[in-house]
Design a protein around this ligand. Structure first.
Ligand SMILES: CC(C)(COP(=O)(O)OP(=O)(O)OC[C@H]1O[C@@H](n2cnc3c(N)ncnc32)[C@H](O)[C@@H]1OP(=O)(O)O)[C@@H](O)C(=O)NCCC(=O)NCCS
Length: 123
């Protein structure tokens, strides 16, 4: 059953400016996400903004405080993003998070949905 939903939107320019600060990407992206968001000329502000929006949406959907770095969002070969949480406060066995990301030139937005598996009651 669905137990949480979150949404976020961010201006890509805000992220573009933040990326000029040393350590900004390190604070919000995992190493694999940094690789995904990299281009030959540095980070793609559009892709980083998508990650930022998705992580904010995940935090809202879960309702617990998490470091952005503990939320990892990686794309499968078809491009679909998948979320992993690296924090002991998170119940990895019973909770599953789904995100969807979109970005246009000026903005990136994302929604997150948290699903909890229902305990099987023995008959
Ligand atoms: C997937 C698709 C809808 C993305 O739409 P878009 O308008 O190009 O791009 P948007 O800005 O709205 O969304 C981009 C985000 O979509 C997500 N995305 C990409 N492919 C996806 C997929 N197959 N399923 C779900 N989400 C996907 C990614 O998170 C991406 O952002 P990111 O790369 O920063 O993580 C579009 O590429 C499409 O219609 N493709 C044809 C169908 C397709 O490729 N299906 C999968 C392969 S069979």
């Amino acid at each position: 059953m669905v137990v949480g939903v979150g949404i976020d939107i961010v201006e890509v320019d805000r992220i573009r400016k933040a990326l000029l600060r040393p350590n900004f990407s390190r604070r919000i992206l995992t190493e694999l996400e940094e690789t995904y968001c990299s281009t030959s000329s540095g980070f793609s502000a559009l892709k980083v903004a998508g990650r930022w929006a998705a992580k904010e949406a995940v935090i809202k959907a879960l309702g617990i405080s998490l470091r952005m770095q503990d939320i990892e969002i990686l794309n499968d070969p078809l491009g679909q993003p998948h979320v992993s949480i690296h924090d002991s406060k998170f119940d990895n066995k019973r909770l599953k998070i789904f995100v969807s990301i979109t970005h246009e030139r000026g903005h990136a937005a994302a929604v997150a949905v948290v699903e909890r598996s229902i305990l099987q009651i023995p008959l």
